[in-house]
Design a protein around this ligand. Structure first.
Ligand SMILES: Cc1cc2nc3c(=O)[nH]c(=O)nc-3n(C[C@H](O)[C@H](O)[C@H](O)COP(=O)(O)O)c2cc1C
Length: 397
């Protein structure tokens, strides 16, 4: 990778993304909701946790590899599904290729812009993510398409409450990229020419359709039509989750669990994994940082199912903190989106390299030889840090 495109931290990737993307696309990645309390807390909470490094005793080599939902991965970091389409023309294919090149798995959003068949071809370790949208037959049809395509796991995301007010104003996402929209975005194009040129070279505008919501080979509905149908779908029950788990029959994650009582219900519904997550602060603002909820959930169900975490992970030391506090692995969202915006596939590889280098350094500093040796005692947790949500009578709940 050319030196001038390489970045040494995710923060620098974010600065580059901000410079490169039109304002509205950048704002769509910032996302969040209401006053942005949770999105900020996800990141800030990691900075409250600390380490006590050894000065002698580091091991020569460190082992970062683990498994998630039956897949061998080279570091405890998985791509979290995100549905933002217009970051880069190669979109999810660039992300899938980068994840495959670095030996990890990919969650593909049901609101992604590329067909699942192409994404699985780029990375066979693909988990398909489902929103509860349409009736059981429609959901079953999508899941069967994912199975036929070779998806190796399902991620079901239910933590969405359709809150769309933001104190800094929401970006205007167009219905479709037609001539009128292109003309309206021209002023943004003049100040962000590299992004526009990238698309111009492909001779195709960003595809604001969601191909995985339809049958194989169909273009899929426009994003907003799918979103509208989602809003009109009755929210799922635990029986629905158990039904889908049964139908799928393979590795199955419920993403977005923040409470111990929900985690226990998820175990009863038969899931094989959960991600402790608040949807990257995009759902109900005021939800605590996911890292605060992790220890109690890992304690309660960590010996029965795989517990992952996502939200606020920006560096390898964050990964180490989460694994020490009970996560098997973390999933990343914005971190790889910044990389994708900054430098396409190579930018996502760069982000994964930054994280793996950071995990390795933290293990070295702690004198550990493997991510599997991490335990809560390796992290300095200030009093009152954790939140045991959904535990009756717990003062931190
Ligand atoms: C722009 C954007 C789009 C997202 N789209 C989806 C999605 O389609 N499905 C889903 O399950 N989660 C979605 N998420 C949530 C991520 O999977 C993940 O939970 C979150 O980004 C983690 O927080 P982080 O961005 O701080 O890493 C989205 C997040 C962002 C920022």
């Amino acid at each position: 990778m050319a030196r001038d495109t390489w970045f040494e931290t995710v923060a620098i990737a974010q600065q580059r993304a901000k410079k490169r993307l039109p304002k509205s696309v950048y704002a769509a990645l910032i996302a969040a909701s209401e006053r942005g309390q949770t999105v900020a807390e996800n990141v800030d909470a990691f900075a409250e946790l600390g380490f006590a490094p050894h000065v002698i005793g580091a091991l020569e080599k460190r082992d970062l590899a683990t498994t998630v939902m039956g897949q061998d991965i080279s570091l405890p970091v998985v791509i979290s599904p995100t549905g933002v389409q217009a970051v880069h023309p190669d979109g999810e294919l660039a992300v899938a290729r980068a994840a495959a090149a670095r030996g990890t798995a990919m969650g593909l959003s049901s609101f992604a812009s590329k067909p699942i068949e192409e994404v699985v071809a780029a990375n066979p370790k693909t988990f398909f993510q489902v929103y509860w949208l349409g009736d059981r037959d429609a959901i079953a049809a999508r899941v069967e398409r994912a199975r036929a395509a070779g998806a190796v796991g399902l991620i079901v995301t239910t933590d969405w409450s359709f809150s769309h007010g933001r104190d800094w104003g929401s970006p205007k996402i167009p219905e479709q990229m037609d001539l009128r929209t292109t003309v309206r975005m021209m002023p943004e194009g003049l100040v962000r020419p590299r992004w526009f040129l990238q698309w111009a070279k492909t001779m195709r505008p960003p595809n604001l359709r969601v191909p995985n919501q339809a049958g194989r080979g169909e273009p899929g509905p426009p994003f907003f039509a799918a979103y509208g149908e989602w809003m009109g779908t009755p929210p799922p029950t635990w029986a629905d989750i158990a039904w889908l788990r049964e139908l799928w029959g393979g590795p199955f994650m419920l993403k977005g669990v923040m409470r111990v009582d929900d985690a226990k219900q998820a175990v009863d519904a038969g899931v094989s994994a959960i991600s402790v997550s608040n949807h990257g602060g995009n759902n109900l603002d005021g939800t605590p940082a996911s890292i605060r909820a992790l220890p109690a959930i890992a304690d309660a169900v960590g010996d029965q199912i795989e517990v992952l975490l996502d939200g606020g992970v920006r560096r390898g030391s964050d990964v180490v903190k989460a694994v020490a506090l009970g996560a098997r692995a973390v999933m990343i969202g914005r971190a790889y989106l910044w990389g994708l915006a900054a430098n396409g596939q190579a930018g996502v590889e760069n982000v994964l390299d930054v994280l793996s280098g950071g995990v390795d350094s933290a293990l070295r500093g702690l004198g550990l030889g493997s991510v599997h040796d991490l335990a809560p005692e390796h992290v300095l947790v200030p009093p009152g840090f954790a939140r045991a949500l959904g535990v009756p009578g717990d003062p931190t709940a």
